[in-house]
Design a protein around this ligand. Structure first.
Ligand SMILES: *[C@@H]1O[C@H](CO)[C@@H](O)[C@H](O)[C@H]1NC(C)=O
Ligand SMILES: *[C@@H]1O[C@H](CO)[C@@H](O)[C@H](O)[C@H]1NC(C)=O
Ligand SMILES: *[C@@H]1O[C@H](CO)[C@@H](O)[C@H](O)[C@H]1NC(C)=O
Ligand SMILES: *[C@@H]1O[C@H](CO)[C@@H](O)[C@H](O)[C@H]1NC(C)=O
Length: 305
């Protein structure tokens, strides 16, 4: 343990000069853009969304990736994959969050607290890990309580598996011109489709609900009574019984399971690739989408020889 005085001295030693530096830079450097950036780096990282002064995005999207606490490596691959994807469509806010149930070990509590402090991209639900025991219900029904007082914090909420990779440009292009209410968007369960425009449910790899449907799920007694089951079928059932999700969009072959390693297996109109169960399939997929093409040459490494 730190002695209280020592730690206070440490704080003075570290924080005071930093604060001074901030002030000096603020007043000494006329470029106002730089000032703003510098000012924000002088403040502690914020857990909230972008500042109010930013123009309201045309599309606000929450992607909740349902995963398990111990899958540290997978989270890191997904984080980098999305951090390196620069959407050319500017006016969209896409928040990627990792979602899991209660932590169970002291190691998880330590490491995941560190992840939260570093990345601020984790949501921990009040549930116990167990496949098809209502985790999806808990996810959707908890969200409205996490944004109290907000009319519509997101236009759409996506539930995605952790073996799913989205192409942001195509995702945004598909959602931006859709209605903002009563929307159920994803990939229809093909074999069961009688009416192709109206699939009974969208498969669990990743689907979007407009915010009003998320709120509706959180208040639906039928959904609460029937929260435990094969999650994608059940979500479809809640909506069908509640006569919701009338704006239903099937992306069909734009969302697909990993099925080959040739360029033709990753067409440009791809919205998402699913079934990325291991490092190999992630590496092939990210390679096909040229994720590391910008890697500069350097004296410090020679990756591709
Ligand atoms: C979490 O879930 C448990 C069991 O369902 C419940 O007893 C408890 O009140 C919940 N806690 C919160 C903070 O909602
Ligand atoms: C999850 O953890 C919280 C905090 O430790 C606890 O209050 C809650 O009962 C737990 N819920 C479940 C469902 O285990
Ligand atoms: C939900 O379950 C409760 C208790 O079993 C029952 O009284 C109620 O009618 C059910 N509601 C719906 C909408 O199914
Ligand atoms: C990746 O790069 C190759 C070669 O430059 C190009 O043919 C292909 O269209 C690119 N793929 C994507 C998705 O940008």
């Amino acid at each position: 343990m730190f002695d209280k005085n020592i730690s206070r001295n440490l704080i003075l030693l570290v924080v005071l000069p930093l604060a001074l530096l901030c002030i000096i830079f603020l007043f000494a450097i006329p470029n106002s853009n730089f000032q703003l950036k510098f000012l924000s780096s002088c403040q502690p990282p914020s857990l909230s969304s972008p500042p109010d002064s930013a123009p309201d995005p045309e599309l606000k999207l929450l992607i909740g990736i349902i995963t398990l606490p111990e899958k540290y490596e997978r989270r890191q691959i997904i984080r980098m994959a999305y951090a390196l994807q620069k959407p050319t469509i500017q006016n969209a806010q896409i928040d990627v969050r990792f979602v899991f149930c209660n932590l169970t070990t002291d190691e998880q509590k330590m490491f995941i607290a560190m992840e939260i402090l570093t990345y601020q991209d984790i949501i921990i639900l009040n549930c116990t890990e167990n496949m098809n025991k209502g985790k999806t219900y808990t996810y959707f029904s908890s969200l409205p309580h996490m944004f109290p007082g907000k009319q519509r914090p997101y236009d759409y909420v996506i539930k995605a598996d952790d073996d799913m990779y989205f192409r942001f440009d195509n995702l945004v292009a598909s959602l931006r011109d859709k209605p903002r209410e009563d929307v159920y968007w994803g990939k229809g369960f093909a074999p069961m489709i009688k009416d192709p425009e109206n699939p009974p449910y969208l498969v669990g790899m990743g689907y979007a609900l407009s915010w009003d449907l998320v709120v509706w799920i959180s208040t639906s007694e039928f959904a609460r009574n029937n929260s435990e089951g094969v999650e994608d079928i059940f979500v479809g059932m809640w909506l069908n019984i509640g006569e919701k999700g009338k704006n239903r969009y099937d992306m069909r072959e734009k969302m697909y399971d990993f099925h080959g390693v040739e360029p033709k297996d990753f067409p440009p109109e791809t919205i998402a690739v699913h079934l990325l169960k291991n490092d190999y399939t992630w590496a092939v997929t990210l390679g096909m989408f040229n994720v590391t093409d910008q890697l500069p040459s350097s004296r410090f490494y020679d990756i591709y020889g």
